[in-house]
Each structure stands twice: as C-alpha cells, then as structure tokens.
Design a binder for this molecule. Structure first.
Ligand SMILES: Nc1nc2c(ncn2[C@@H]2O[C@H](COP(=O)(O)OP(=O)(O)OP(=O)(O)O)[C@@H](O)[C@H]2O)c(=O)[nH]1
Ligand SMILES: [Mg+2]
Length: 312
C-alpha cells in the first residue's frame, strides 16, 4: 500500500479528488483531459467504487465538462453528488418491508459467514416490532455451533418468540415449523436467520435454494423478502459474494453492514451497480437500533464528505 493511499484514507473523498485530479485550476475551463480523468478514476477505484461505477461516473462528468456545464469546483462536486445519488437510488421506499396479503410475511436473511445476518435479523425484528408487527424469529442456521443460542439471546432481549430446531438439523424444517407456529399463534411476521457457511459454498447455495422452495410450498408467495447481507468493509469481495446469492435465491434487496467506524462506503455504489438490487438498509453498529433505511441522497453526501455514515 502506497503512502499516498494511507494519507488518502484519512482524507475525505472530495478533497482527495481535488488534490489528486484537479491540481490544474484551468482543468474545468479547458475540459478534463485524459490525465485528469485517469487520476479521478484512480481515486474512485481506491475508494472501492469498482471499475463499472468508476467509469460510468467519470464519463458522465467528462461529458458535462465538455458541454460546458461544470465551470467551477463547486459545480463538479454538485454534479458528482447527484450522479452518485442517482446511481445509488433503487427502491421507492427502501425501509418498507413487504406485507403478505394473507398469512404471515416471511423475511429471509442470507449472506456469507460473519457479514451480520444474525445481528441484522435482530435489528430488523426490532424495527418491525416497533411498526406494530408481531414478529417471530426462526433460527435456521443449524450448521454453526452457537448460532441458535445467539439468535435466542436476541429474541429474549427483544421479548420475541424464537423457533429453533436441533443443531445439525434441517433448516427447511425449522422454517416450516416457524411458519406453522406463527399461524397458530396469530403472529404476522417471521424473520428467518440462515447459515453463512456449510461444508462447501455450493452446499450452502443448494441448502438456501431448498429453504426457499420449502417456504414457498408451505406458504405460496413466501419468502416475501430475501435480504442479502453484505459486509461493507470488504470492498469488491462483497460484489463477488453477492453474485452467487443473486443467482441462487433471487434476493429482493441488500443490507450493507459495518458502515460505522472507518469503513469507506464506495463499495455500496459498486454493490448497487453490479448486483442490480436496491440497497434497503445500512448496518451502522452492533446494537439493535443500528439499522438505517437507505437514503441514496444522504448517502451520496456522506460519501463525498466521509462523515461516518452512522452520524447525522
Ligand atoms: N460495527 C458493526 N458490527 C456489526 C454490524 N453488524 C454485525 N456486526 C458484528 O459482526 C459480527 C458478526 O455478526 P453476526 O450477526 O453474527 O454475523 P452472521 O452473518 O450471522 O455470521 P454467521 O452466523 O457466522 O454466518 C458480530 O460481532 C456483530 O456484532 C454493524 O453494522 N456494525
Ligand atoms: Mg449468524
């Protein structure tokens, strides 16, 4: 890692763009040249935007400069922010969780190990509980030792019922039982936590496909939401992981976690662009309150200024 990058990490994105790519004050008047653009691309790539988003952004800006639309640094910043916001925008109302027309609503959380599925299940349950829904948690990670107990602890804290099977048991059976329990107890929402790791990745995808199939057979139209939980600190790796889940279980949206602390949010743009799914929530800490519905405009502002996402 170069020293420049280390310095860059502490500096906000906009000052980095200015320092690296807009050194020549005449650049905006004469039009951005290949070198300016290359430098801007470099800054965005280093900030985890990914190649596709970076190229799209810089080309759009170059075009606007060429047409004489951006004359000052302020114009450029505003244009970048609004482009980013448009790229990030995905859902009409990212925080609105679907509701089944009939019977319980089933929400599935999927993702690789350690991304924050179980924590996000608890956060989401808390949010839905606050909206007046009657929530039941389902511990369908039967693979990892301790996973069931972890979800049960959250359920106890939130005062919510939790359905779990035996360790090593069939996760589809847990989901099936959870739906039955919700129906018989008159609960309207089932949040299903799943495993992040099995013996193999293909094994995990097969298990998730089966889980979705069984849930759909028990309750036509379910799962009503499948939320893909991705770790915002792992950059392009999250894009790679995400692709597997998109193919296997057709998620309805993304929760990007761990965007508190020092995480840079460029990866969120790459995820939105390359997975083609709406960003629905951001995880911004380890407590049940640390879940924010995604706001594209606000996030674009945060990205440029690099105020921590959790702070308002
Ligand atoms: N800082 C921060 N930590 C988080 C966030 N979400 C989850 N974590 C932490 O990340 C770790 C893993 O979270 P889990 O919810 O257990 O992740 P998981 O995806 O269920 O993991 P597996 O069950 O092993 O697949 C825990 O220490 C969480 O407290 C977040 O938004 N911010
Ligand atoms: Mg878990």
């Amino acid at each position: 890692m170069s020293n420049g990058r280390l310095i860059g990490r502490k500096e906000n994105l906009w000052s980095r763009i200015k320092r690296v790519a807009l050194t020549d004050v005449g650049a905006l008047m004469r039009g951005l040249n290949a070198e300016d653009l290359e430098k801007m691309e470099q800054v965005l790539i280093e900030a985890d935007f990914g190649v596709a988003s970076t190229v799209e952004l810089t080309q759009a800006l170059e075009d606007e400069v060429r047409r004489g639309k951006l004359k000052t640094e302020g114009d450029l910043r505003t244009a970048l922010e609004s482009r980013l916001s448009a790229m990030l925008d995905g859902a009409q109302n990212p925080g609105a969780i679907a509701r089944a027309a009939e019977g319980p609503t089933v929400i599935l959380l999927v993702g690789v190990n350690g991304t924050g599925k179980t924590t996000s299940a608890a956060k989401l349950a808390r949010r839905l509980q606050r909206e007046g829904r009657k929530v039941l948690l389902a511990a369908a990670d039967t693979y990892r030792a301790g996973a069931i107990a972890q979800l049960q602890v959250w359920a106890d804290r939130l005062g919510l019922p939790c359905v779990a099977g035996a360790p090593g048991g069939d996760p589809a059976a847990v989901a099936f039982d959870a739906i039955d329990a919700a129906v018989s107890r008159g609960l309207d929402t089932v949040v299903v936590d799943t495993a992040g790791r099995l013996h193999t990745q293909e094994g995990l995808m097969d298990e998730l496909r089966k889980l979705v199939r069984v849930i759909g057979r028990r309750l036509p139209g379910a799962p009503h939401e499948t939320l893909l939980v991705l770790d915002g600190t792992v950059g392009q790796n999250a894009v790679q992981q995400g692709r597997l889940f998109v193919q296997a279980v057709n998620p309805t949206g993304i929760i990007v976690t761990k965007l508190d602390g020092s995480a840079r949010g460029g990866a969120v743009t790459a995820l939105r662009r390359e997975l083609g799914l709406p960003i629905r929530f951001l995880g911004v800490g380890e407590t049940v309150e640390d879940l924010q519905p995604f706001d594209a405009k606000r996030f674009a502002q945060h990205l440029l200024s690099e105020v921590p996402v959790g702070a308002s």
